[in-house]
Write a new protein. Sequence first.
Length: 150
Amino acid sequence: MNTAKTVAEDLKPPFVAAIMLDVDEQPGRTDFAPSDEMVSLAPKQPGFLGLETTHDTANRWIAVSYWADEESFKGWQAAGQRHLAEVCGGVDLASVCKFRVSRVDEPLFEKKSLKAELPAIPKGSAAGLGAVVLGAFPAIAELLGYEHVR
């Protein structure tokens, strides 16, 4: 069972989640990774809340970034477009990365209390149960060969 926490578990809504899929599909290309460039830029942008990365079932690289609002996300996209144009010979961000953006207004994960809502043994029966358990000790002792006084 995977118990690792995700960034999203600790975020308090509202926030924006942006899924970025690397679609630069030039086989054997190792000199340029647009998604790496975007991930490197993200923490430096205003409104950045966190980032997680993974691969999908087709082994494509995916990043999920979290932003304070849509304007912060759009600022990151604009900074990424400028950066890619400068360092990668005019590459267009839209041609190498696809985005899905969603505003999150409710908690993603339900917080569970570690305290039981009802006691395991009802209060009225606790004394009765204790008397039954303690009353059974002499019988248990006799079965084990111990002598006792009742």
